[in-house]
Design a protein. Structure first.
Length: 100
């Protein structure tokens, strides 16, 4: 998924660095370089685009799944790579819907 905002910022930064003689761009367009940087960075820093409500839902789903021993059985850590305790820590990092 292409992040146009991030690509634009990186492209502008590359041009700024070139104007300051900090960088020499030999590519015909800094946009190509910016897109490449964004694509490579998203491997380590994924941009999910999830809304706040979607994050609340994911948190709730995780907490319900680990609470149900019939669902989160002995095989789940092998399938997911995380234990129930680790999923609990992950879920607690996600935003919690506040009561209004």
């Amino acid at each position: 998924m292409r992040d146009d905002t991030l690509s634009k910022i990186i492209s502008e930064t590359l041009l700024s660095l070139e104007k300051e003689d900090q960088l020499v761009i030999i590519s015909p367009s800094p946009d190509v370089l910016a897109d490449r940087i964004v694509n490579d960075a998203q491997i380590a820093i994924p941009h999910t685009g999830l809304t706040q409500n979607e994050l609340f839902g994911v948190r709730s789903l995780i907490l319900h799944a680990i609470a149900d021993k019939r669902f989160f059985d002995w095989e789940m850590p092998t399938l997911t790579g995380f234990s129930a305790e680790e999923f609990d820590l992950i879920a607690r990092k996600l935003p919690r819907e506040t009561e209004r």
